[in-house]
Write a protein that binds this ligand. Structure first.
Ligand code: B1M
Length: 209
């Protein structure tokens, strides 16, 4: 029986080669794709997320773990599709219009993927209209916006307003260094998260998972 604990340890340690070998051996040992995903890969990313939140590990460790997860996901993905495993939810994410900072946004996207979300990353400089169109097109449950400049935060408000005006039932969540819970409340966003691990908890709670 393939060892899911070893697989999650490989993710935690960011050991790309071990993550790949263990995922392949689990697949050839007929471990269900969902078990490999949940008990191996996601369990590992969850641990990294917790450690990151507690300042026990830092951005480089998260990025290395996410890279190991990505490598393993490349071989697991066809099996998940075959097995018809549903993602936790679909999230459209991006850095808001006028803002080119994407390191934090990328971390949030990686952690969401690590938690089993289907993430559509629109990149940087994303307008309210673009967020809205993509959310409609993909039937996403969440729009996630990141801003690092005080001057671009107002773009979040535009997106929240556009979503409300369109009557779209999608949850909006925001984050980034200058963003606060107060600001989220002020603009009527559904949630704010201070870091990537909290963003995962928030995203899950917004969609009742
Ligand atoms: Co710029 N920059 N920058 N910059 N930059 C800041 C943000 C700044 C604070 C530096 C300073 O003056 N001390 C300042 C903003 C001042 C302000 O408005 N308050 C600033 C400025 C002024 C600028 C320019 C205007 C500089 C210029 O050209 N005169 C320019 C703007 C360009 C533009 O966007 N239009 C600019 C450019 C750049 C670079 C291109 C050089 C580069 C960006 C490279 C890139 O992202 N690819 C850059 C960088 C690297 C920074 C600093 C140094 C680091 C930002 C970062 O990546 N942090 C930053 C100073 C600093 O913060 N020390 C600075 C690490 C990252 C992991 O943290 O993004 O906060 P963060 O993400 C966290 C959380 O916030 C949260 O989770 C993440 C992980 O825990 N989070 C979310 C983020 N998004 C979330 C979304 C969520 C939930 C949580 O839900 C959806």
């Amino acid at each position: 029986m393939a060892d899911m604990k070893a697989l999650s340890e490989a993710i935690i340690n960011g050991d790309q080669a071990a993550a790949l070998v263990l995922t392949k051996s689990a697949i050839s040992g007929n471990v269900p794709a969902e078990i490999i995903l949940n008990e191996g890969l996601i369990a590992g990313m969850n641990t990294i997320g917790e450690r990151f939140k507690n300042n026990e590990v830092y951005i480089p460790e998260v990025l290395i773990a996410a890279r190991a997860m990505k490598t393993a996901m490349e071989v697991l993905e066809p099996k998940l599709i075959e097995a018809g495993v549903e993602p936790v939810g679909k999230a459209v994410i991006g850095t808001v219009q006028g803002d080119l900072h994407d390191i934090g946004k990328n971390l949030v996207a990686m952690m969401l993927k690590g938690a089993g979300f289907d993430v559509i990353d629109l990149g940087v400089d994303v307008s309210a209209q673009k967020f809205l169109e993509k959310a409609k097109e993909t039937k996403a449950k969440i729009i996630g916006m990141s801003a690092l400049l005080t001057t671009t935060m107002s773009s979040m408000e535009k997106t929240v307003k556009a979503v409300k005006d369109a009557g779209l039932s999608v949850k909006t969540m925001i984050g980034g260094a200058p963003v606060t819970q107060n600001y989220a409340d002020k603009i009527g966003a559904d949630g704010y998260a201070p870091d990537a691990a909290s963003a995962v908890d928030l995203a899950k709670s917004l969609i009742g998972k």
